[in-house]
Design a protein around this ligand. Structure first.
Ligand code: NDP
Length: 330
């Protein structure tokens, strides 16, 4: 078995030397334990944020789709796939009674009705539920309203805009390349796209949302978010999902002070963690699955081949190399 351990806390952008690939001998199974083999590994922005809290010489965190290859657990039988919080490991001995990692659950992959099992890490997993619950429960978009999403071409953002469309809203996506923009507007049905790297977000947003913004699904934080918040309407809602623009920051993270728009437009800003909806997890999965089957929700995966390339996949994702969900095929 192989695994990656964190050997040095990354300062700024992660370096390959912050990680080490090590071999490990797995112990024989005890009662209620099972052995899994990783099939797809997830690389997600939250990993960079959580690395700050991870002790050195521990296994890098992360979720994976794994196949159960040996079992002494009736709940986790051989041959089934599991969505496991096992970290960057090729094989794992897990106990059916293991505690949750980072609030996320380990569970048998639900029936995806013939769709690829890898979707359990994306549209039919954690990012899918982040988009579904975050947008609908926090922003509560109403038909006719304008919804803006940053990080729009990523795993979560690409779904947020489509769910906004399903709810009858105007969807505006902000992301970092024109190729991503084409995908959003021409294939996913977003109404407008803004390239934050080459365009003036403030000006373009005024054009795209002449009546102002009602809901903002914030994946990135920083300057982009201040610009969007300054164009929000009275009683606008902001779902604060992520702050990727600050995840690689060195030194103390600058917190921008609440601005006048929040006060005078009486905005509601709310941070959330998707595990808040652990009790309703399958509701999100089933709804997103149904929307896929109805042709209303499209997805894309950016797949890197090989367990040994997980660091590359992780850092490429942090730099915007992915369209849709970034995963590694073991
Ligand atoms: P993505 O698939 O969106 O990948 C990350 C993307 O972030 C990159 O593709 C890149 O695209 C963009 N990005 C990188 N650096 C910057 C920057 N400085 N400014 C703006 N954009 C940047 O990841 P996810 O969909 O998995 O996650 C999106 C966000 O949601 C993250 O902030 C993540 O932490 C958060 N999240 C929160 C959860 C929660 O429970 N609250 C659960 C899951 C995710 P580009 O080309 O546009 O730059």
């Amino acid at each position: 078995a192989k695994k990656y351990i964190l050997v040095k806390k990354s300062e700024g952008f992660p370096k390959p030397t912050d990680f080490k690939l090590v071999e490990e001998q797995l112990p024989p199974l005890k009662e209620n334990e099972y052995l899994t083999e990783a099939v797809f590994l997830s690389v997600d922005p939250y990993m960079r944020a959580y690395m700050r809290r991870l002790n050195v010489n521990t296994t890098m965190i992360g979720s994976q789709i794994a196949k159960i290859v040996e079992s002494k657990s009736a709940k986790f039988p051989v041959g089934r796939y599991v969505v496991g919080q096992y970290g960057w490991r090729s094989h794992t001995v897990a106990s059916e009674n293991a505690p949750q990692e980072l609030g996320l659950q380990t569970f048998l992959l639900p029936d995806l009705q013939g769709l690829p099992v890898s979707l359990g890490l994306g549209v039919l997993g954690m990012p899918g539920n982040t988009a579904y619950f975050g947008l609908l429960e926090l922003c509560k978009p109403k038909a006719g309203e304008t919804v803006v999403v940053s990080g729009a071409a990523g795993a979560v953002g690409s779904l947020v805009g489509q769910i906004a469309k399903i709810k009858g809203c105007t969807a505006i996506g902000i992301a970092g390349s024109d190729e991503k923009g084409k995908w959003l507007t021409q294939e996913l049905g977003f109404d407008h796209f803004i390239n934050y790297k080459t365009q003036n977000v403030e000006k373009e947003l005024k054009k795209a949302a002449p009546k102002g913004v009602d809901c903002y699904f914030d994946n990135v934080g920083g300057e982009i978010s201040t610009t969007v918040i300054n164009q929000m309407n009275l009683f606008g809602r902001v779902a604060v999902c992520g702050a990727i623009s600050a995840y690689n920051a060195t030194g103390p993270i600058k917190v921008s002070t609440p601005n006048a728009s929040i006060v005078f437009q009486q905005l509601k800003l709310e941070g959330f963690i998707v595990s808040t909806w652990n009790q309703r997890w399958m509701e999100g999965i089933h709804q997103n699955l149904q929307w896929i089957q109805q042709g209303k929700l499209k997805y894309r995966e950016t797949v890197t081949e090989g367990f040994e390339n997980i660091f590359k996949a992780f850092t490429e994702m942090l730099q915007g190399g992915n369209v849709g969900k970034a995963i590694v095929k073991v």
